[in-house]
Design a protein around this ligand. Structure first.
Ligand SMILES: [Zn+2]
Ligand SMILES: [Zn+2]
Length: 128
C-alpha cells in the first residue's frame, strides 16, 4: 500500500514538473492518459500535499485560478493575452512590498504580481 502511494506521488510530481504552470485539473488529465486508475481526488490531494511540503508552489493567477509552479523562489508572471502562455519573470518585489508596508502599516508576507501583454511569438505573427 505504501509502495503504491509512493509511486502515485512520484507520477503526479513528475507530471506537474513536466507541464508548465498547470492547474490541478491539467495535471489530472495528463496523468489520466497513462494511468487511468489514478483518480482525480488522489491527484488533487497529492498536489496539495506537495504544496504544503514546499515541493511545488501553489499560485493563484488572475482569472485562471490555482496553478502549481515548479519554480519555488518568489517570482512574477508574464501572461500572453493571445496564446495564454505563462512565463516566469525574476523581478524583485522587495521595493513594492516595502512601500505597501510603509503605506498601510501592514506586514506583507507574500505577493503575487502578473504582467499582461503579447509574447514575442505572438507579436511576430501579428507583423507577418
Ligand atoms: Zn503569445
Ligand atoms: Zn511561475
Amino acid at each position: 500500500m505504501l509502495r503504491r502511494n509512493t509511486k502515485q506521488k512520484q507520477i503526479v510530481f513528475e507530471t506537474a514538473l513536466r507541464l508548465d504552470h498547470p492547474t490541478a485539473t491539467e495535471v489530472y488529465e495528463e496523468v489520466h492518459k497513462d494511468h487511468p486508475t489514478l483518480g482525480r481526488a488522489t491527484v488533487f490531494r497529492v498536489l496539495k500535499s506537495f504544496a504544503a511540503e514546499g515541493k511545488l508552489r501553489k499560485v493563484i493567477l488572475f482569472d485562471s485560478g490555482e496553478i502549481y509552479d515548479k519554480t519555488l523562489d518568489g517570482h512574477c508572471h508574464f501572461r500572453c493575452t493571445k496564446c495564454g502562455k505563462i512565463v516566469d519573470v525574476k523581478v524583485s518585489m522587495a521595493e513594492a512590498e516595502r512601500k505597501v508596508m510603509e503605506e498601510t502599516g501592514s506586514a506583507v508576507v507574500s505577493s503575487a504580481v502578473e504582467f499582461f501583454g503579447v509574447c514575442r511569438e505572438c507579436k511576430g505573427k501579428e507583423i507577418s
